[in-house]
Design a protein around this ligand. Structure first.
Ligand SMILES: Nc1nc2c(c(=O)[nH]1)N[C@H]1C(S)=C(S)[C@@H](COP(=O)(O)OP(=O)(O)OC[C@H]3O[C@@H](n4cnc5c(=O)[nH]c(N)nc54)[C@H](O)[C@@H]3O)O[C@H]1N2
Ligand SMILES: Nc1nc2c(c(=O)[nH]1)N[C@H]1C(S)=C(S)[C@@H](COP(=O)(O)OP(=O)(O)OC[C@H]3O[C@@H](n4cnc5c(=O)[nH]c(N)nc54)[C@H](O)[C@@H]3O)O[C@H]1N2
Ligand code: SF4
Ligand SMILES: [Mo]
Length: 756
């Protein structure tokens, strides 16, 4: 293993030799446990293996789990501190109903009484306005069993087309691009291929802070002599150690990919035999990128031409390579085009489907991968099936024991759900594992819509900023209070093991959903007695789909340290078989290509697709009134809308409040010094935060992390423009202006009430 450069030491906390560095946490983690439970971290899509120490039905600490092959005992600061959330005083221990007279606006209510009320309200609204007047929104932190259940619950129990999930804000551009190009939506390779690559290309991913364990794989590649190329408007920690950094102007990545492909074709750095044997559509793409000369590419992207040429040469002439991207290119009103541009560069190189030759988007949430496979998306059925496809509908209806015409058609994306609420078309909402008041763009609009709901029930373990708008809040389960599977970044399906029981009146999420179905008098299909029973049905429902889980069992996961899907239950000739799964996709001779008698890509002809990737500027470009680009994202110690990590004291200490990152060349002329209060303003809203003056960002760009609510939320400023195909919001580019603030904001100096 490589030794981390000292600038990165705070980012990765490695155990064993460094155990004492975890300082104050050491005492707590030394607590004498009754048991150790091998499971995974509850936060990001790396899904590090961890052992939880359990005493008296409480998670009191952790031990590294060295045997789990992905992270081999390593954890980032969030994984180290995760055990502190379960005992937080804010943990919801009962159901609550809205009560204007109560001090916090809510009063506790018995669980069964709350369920009865929820069912009565849903039944009332549906009787008055039809089944489609209720929507359900769920999330990709849920296990795959729960995600599957939510898609089924919306269609079969609520009988509404309106189900969608928070991955709409996260993974959908990558998903749509991958399906268009490969017919399947999963990272193409296990991460063990990264250290075998001669060139690692990373676009729009803050790897060290957001996929911390992946950093180790990239360092191993570097140790083996690889060249690391990164593309970002900011010099993030990993970028400080790379070989070539391309300082792109936000929202312009497709221009760079097209420009590199232009040079690859011009210089003959493409793999003609691969293109002819395994792909279709190259000529149209070659024609399209002819205009993307290095000069034009440099002008549009803001990257010096010399660097564009250097990147193209390294990428073009490598023998092995790995390309990764994340939300930096995907959170865009043309996110799918960006992804297609990246994939074109990979396909033209012919470096995919073999050892050391890889491609993948880095998934975000714990189950960012599994959460987008089995039907909680508005247009999807289990197994990555399509709700508009008659054969897919017929198959899944049969598994669910309903008549095909009773299965609703496609719904709408989650932002459109809020527009429908605003227009009065949707009257009731059930949400689980989603905090749109912090996470959706232009969140003043979201607040307006939530207030219009006739009835809203939220299922969470904390009173999130969105749950505060609810009529009823039901106490759901923390990750460690339930079992089930998730698929991590590589496509490896792993098992979350239960460490403790839900406290008080809190219930496992899948039980709550089934209790609502029972109270509605619609229990058919919602009488599972365990997550294992849900997985059994999911295995059948996904069989024959692209995301085929039919060969996946808890026991096989345990035995193999995870199972890479697809994992079939039959050999290609249809005989029952015990198969290990598919770590590397697109290998000639794979199960999929043998069964189909064609190439290894997931289309009838087995070939991958080149797709023309078209450049358009961000929906809102800069101008004289709003001359700066605002981009947003994350910091290492906070997670998503912060509901969990803002309650973990040591993580709060690491990054207590959002700050505005800006370059000294921008700050200087405006009289702004590091730590000054600065107001950033867009056409939708403003916020006043402290400046963080750093030389690691483009001078025409500011960056604000998004983990905070209310007046600290960058989503007061962001734009609700969406990609026309994936419907992902454009979080990474809108136009703003800044000025030194006249006075500190109202919240300055007030300790956030939620901190533990
Ligand atoms: N610490 C932490 N880790 C997390 C999360 C978290 O909240 N906190 N969340 C998880 C989730 S759900 C996700 S989706 C992932 C996200 O993981 P990442 O996508 O890596 O994180 P972001 O900070 O959203 O954005 C990545 C980078 O994109 C850059 N960027 C901005 N605009 C552009 C652009 O136009 N082009 C390019 N090339 N780069 C651009 C930003 O400067 C930023 O460094 O992280 C996961 N891991
Ligand atoms: N400006 C800006 N905005 C962004 C982004 C950005 O880069 N910039 N990133 C976007 C991205 S990539 C994402 S993924 C979204 C995330 O946005 P959200 O999904 O809204 O954020 P979370 O914090 O995951 O919200 C999940 C809620 O569910 C609860 N929860 C977590 N796990 C469980 C569970 O197992 N059961 C139950 N019942 N509840 C649970 C948590 O307490 C929390 O209140 O934010 C998006 N918003
Ligand atoms: S947050 Fe992600 S990288 Fe950090 S310990 Fe958890 S799973 Fe691993
Ligand atoms: Mo995400």
């Amino acid at each position: 293993m490589t030794t981390p450069p000292s600038s990165l030491l705070p980012v990765i906390e490695r155990f064993g030799p460094h155990l004492n560095r975890s300082g104050p946490m050491r005492l707590a983690t030394d607590a004498n446990p009754d048991r150790l439970v091998k499971t995974h971290c509850c936060f990001c899509g790396q899904q590090c293996g961890i052992q939880l120490k359990v005493r008296d039905n409480l998670v009191v600490g952790f031990e590294p789990w060295y045997d789990f092959p992905f992270n081999r005992g390593m954890l980032c600061p969030k994984g180290v501190k995760r055990y502190l959330q379960g005992g937080h005083p804010d943990r919801l221990l009962t159901a609550f109903t809205r009560d204007a007279a109560a001090p916090a606006g809510f009063s506790p209510v018995g669980y069964q009484e709350a369920i009865t009320r929820v069912a009565a309200e849903i039944a009332r609204i549906q009787k008055e306005h039809g089944h489609a007047s209720i929507a359900s929104l769920s999330g990709a932190s849920l296990t795959t069993e729960k995600a599957y259940l939510m898609g089924k619950f919306a269609r079969v129990c609520l009988k509404t087309p309106y189900t969608d999930y928070n991955g709409r804000l996260c993974m959908v551009s990558a998903g749509a691009g991958n399906k268009k190009a490969f017919g399947i939506d999963r990272a193409a390779n296990p991460w063990s291929d990264i250290p075998k690559a001669e060139v690692v290309w990373i676009s729009g991913a803050n790897v060290a802070e957001c996929a911390p364990i992946t950093t180790e794989y990239v360092w191993q590649a570097r140790e083996n002599g690889a060249r690391i190329i990164t593309v970002d408007p900011r010099i993030t920690p990993l970028n400080r150690t790379c070989d070539l950094y391309l300082p792109i102007k936000s929202g312009r990545d497709v221009a760079l990919f097209n420009g590199v492909l232009h040079l690859m074709i011009e210089k003959g750095w493409i793999d003609r035999p691969f293109i002819e044997t395994f792909t279709v559509g190259f000529d149209r793409v070659a024609e399209h990128v002819r205009d993307w000369t290095p000069a034009r590419t440099a002008e549009v992207t803001g990257i010096p031409e010399r660097l564009v040429r250097q990147a193209a040469e390294w990428w073009g002439t490598a023998r092995t390579s790995f390309l990764m991207h994340a939300r930096g290119i995907e959170h865009s009103s043309h996110g799918v085009q960006n992804v297609l541009g990246a994939i074109n560069m990979v396909l033209a190189s012919g470096r995919i489907g073999r050892e050391g030759c890889g491609y993948g988007t880095i998934t975000g949430q714990a189950n960012g991968q599994g959460g987008r496979e089995h039907g909680q998306k508005c247009d999807q059925l289990p197994g990555m099936r399509d709700i508009s496809n008659p054969e897919h509908r017929a198959y899944v209806s049969k598994v669910w024991g309903i008549a095909e015409p009773d299965l609703p058609g496609p719904g709408v994306d989650c932002y459109e759900v809020f527009r429908k609420i605003d227009r009065g078309e949707i009257k009731g909402l059930i949400s689980i594992c989603f905090n749109p008041m912090v996470s959706l763009p232009d969140n003043n609009f979201v607040a307006r819509a939530l207030k219009k709901l006739d009835f809203y029930v939220a299922i969470d373990f904390f009173l999130s900023e969105t749950a505060r708008f609810a009529d009823v809040v039901l106490p759901g389960s923390l990750q460690e209070e339930d079992e089930g599977v998730v698929a991590q970044a590589e496509g490896r399906v792993i098992k979350i093991n239960k460490a403790v029981d839900p406290p008080g009146e809190a219930r496992q999420d899948w039980r709550i959903i089934q209790d609502i179905a029972a109270a509605l008098g619609r229990p058919h299909g919602f009488t599972f007695d365990s997550p294992g029973a849900i997985l059994e049905e999911l295995r059948t429902a996904s069989k024959g789909g692209v995301a085929d889980y039919s060969g996946i069992t808890y026991e096989k996961i345990e035995r193999q340290y995870g199972v890479f899907w697809p994992c079939y239950s039959e050999s290609p000739d249809g005989k029952p078989a015990d198969l290990p799964g598919t770590p590397r996709l697109f290998e000639p001779g794979s199960w999929n290509s043998v069964a189909r008698g064609a190439g290894p890509y997931y289309f009838p002809d087995g070939r991958a697709r080149f797709n023309v990737s078209t450049y358009t500027p961000p929906a809102e470009d800069t101008d004289a009134d709003y001359p700066l680009i605002l981009t947003s994202g994350r910091v290492v110690s906070q997670f998503l809308s912060g509901t969990q990590t803002r309650r973990i004291g040591p993580l709060v200490d690491q990054y207590p409040e959002p700050r505005i990152e800006m370059h000294p060349r921008l700050a200087g002329p405006l009289g702004i010094k590091d730590g000054d209060w600065v107001t950033a303003e867009s056409r939708r809203g403003d916020c006043t935060l402290r400046a963080m003056v750093v030389t690691t960002i483009r001078p025409d760009t500011i960056f604000i992390p998004y983990h905070w609510p209310g007046r600290k939320s960058v989503n007061q400023l962001t734009i609700s423009a969406q990609d026309p195909i994936s419907k992902i919001p454009e979080y990474k580019a809108c136009a703003v202006r800044i000025r030194k603030a006249d006075k500190p904001p109202d919240w300055a100096g007030v300790l956030e009430p939620q901190q533990g």
